[in-house]
Design a protein around this ligand. Structure first.
Ligand SMILES: *Cc1c(COP(=O)(O)O)cnc(C)c1O
Length: 352
């Protein structure tokens, strides 16, 4: 505890990302990265960008990228905000749109960065319990609030909420912002992007880290009414004018434009997931229905900590959150390639 720290820093509890161990031959199923590389067109765009032009600052507003994202979603550039990973987009969202007098609402089991942003920006929050099947119940959110945020599909449960339920929430909750974090939407949930023209209080966030295999490039975005987007630009331009470097912009443009590669990759992950769910169920796991590129599973007999440690000894890492109590026996397992999942299943056969 340093006397030199700002007052706020003493009380911060930062987010802890899944580990990135420096071990060879690791089967890494702990941070929901895509097992397939990015589109080859992204790699070509990045090579082209490695030039003398790096002496110049990048476009501060990422205009070409915002246009590519708008065109992908059939929207206008004024509907799009981009940031250094969707984590940065979310941070600006908490600061610009979710900081009001009343507490914001999010599920008790969800992306654990949300309470961290609340700590950073001193935002009061209330957590709403998922039901016994780990589902979001829209009715529980129909009360006065300073804003609402949840992922769809939710993390780390993988469960998705029907679009009709999201619309029911938007019809009632009109005086605060509703943020739907669609980090995993392309793996099996209905996107709310189509609702932004109808509901000015809706902001939808996306990332290029998961379905577009670009976790290393750090690009995320939000789409919404131009009024919400303007608030995010005000925060960005009061913080860092150039959050996306030249590589990030060039690579992300190529990724957004290569729709065929994106669809094919999502398809492969979904088909591996279907197979993995079946094999784990056969091994005595209870697996929650997943609309994401990971599954959330609990063994009926064997302790989660023991399974996780046993896999680690075999160079396979999965994520075990331990807390809260309700999910202490669950493991979150990223869907890898068919070969990685086969290796996982074969080790699990020994362990359980
Ligand atoms: C991975 C993830 C993000 C962050 O993605 P980045 O763009 O890599 O920062 C945001 N929300 C949820 C729910 C995620 O799982």
């Amino acid at each position: 505890m340093s006397q030199y720290w700002s007052h706020l820093i003493h009380g911060l509890t930062p987010y802890v990302p899944g580990e990135q161990p420096k071990i060879n031959n690791l089967i890494k199923l702990n941070t929901n990265e895509n097992p397939y590389g990015p589109s080859p067109k992204v790699l070509i765009a990045l090579q082209k960008e490695a030039s003398e032009s790096l002496r110049l600052y990048p476009d501060p507003n990422s205009d070409v990228l915002r246009k590519a994202i708008a065109s992908f979603h059939d929207l206008e550039s004024s509907n799009v905000f981009v940031g250094n990973g969707s984590d940065e987009v979310l941070a600006h969202t908490f600061n610009a749109l979710l900081n009001h007098d009343k507490p914001i609402l999010f599920p008790d089991i969800t992306y654990s960065f949300y309470p961290v942003y609340c700590g950073l920006y001193e935002i009061a929050f209330e957590t709403i319990p998922l039901n016994d099947s780990f589902e979001i119940q829209v009715d529980d959110y129909l009360k006065p609030n300073g804003g609402i945020i949840f992922p769809n599909p939710n993390a780390p449960t993988g469960r998705s909420l029907a679009l009709s339920e999201i619309e029911r929430l938007l019809k009632t909750n009109t005086s605060s912002v509703v943020v739907i974090d669609e980090a995993y939407v392309d793996f099996g949930a209905e996107s709310a992007v189509g609702l932004i023209k109808k509901y000015p209080q809706l902001l939808v966030t996306h990332t290029l880290s998961k379905a577009r295999s670009l976790a290393g490039l750090r690009v995320g975005y939000a789409v919404g009414n131009p009024d919400l987007i303007e608030a995010l630009h005000r925060v960005k331009d009061s913080f860092n004018s150039y959050p996306l470097d030249r590589f990030a912009q060039a690579g992300a443009i190529a990724a957004m434009e290569d729709k065929a590669y994106f669809e094919e990759t999502c398809h492969k992950v979904i088909s591996t997931r279907t197979h993995l769910v079946k094999e784990l169920t056969d091994l005595g796991f209870e697996v929650l229905p997943s609309g994401a590129n990971f599954i959330f599973a609990k063994h009926t007999k064997k302790d989660a900590e023991v399974i996780s440690a046993g896999l680690r000894d075999k160079n396979i890492i999965v994520r075990h959150f331990k807390k809260p109590e309700r999910i202490a026996q669950f493991l979150r397992i990223t869907v890898g390639t068919n070969a990685e999942c086969a290796a996982l299943v074969s080790e699990l056969k020994q362990l359980v």
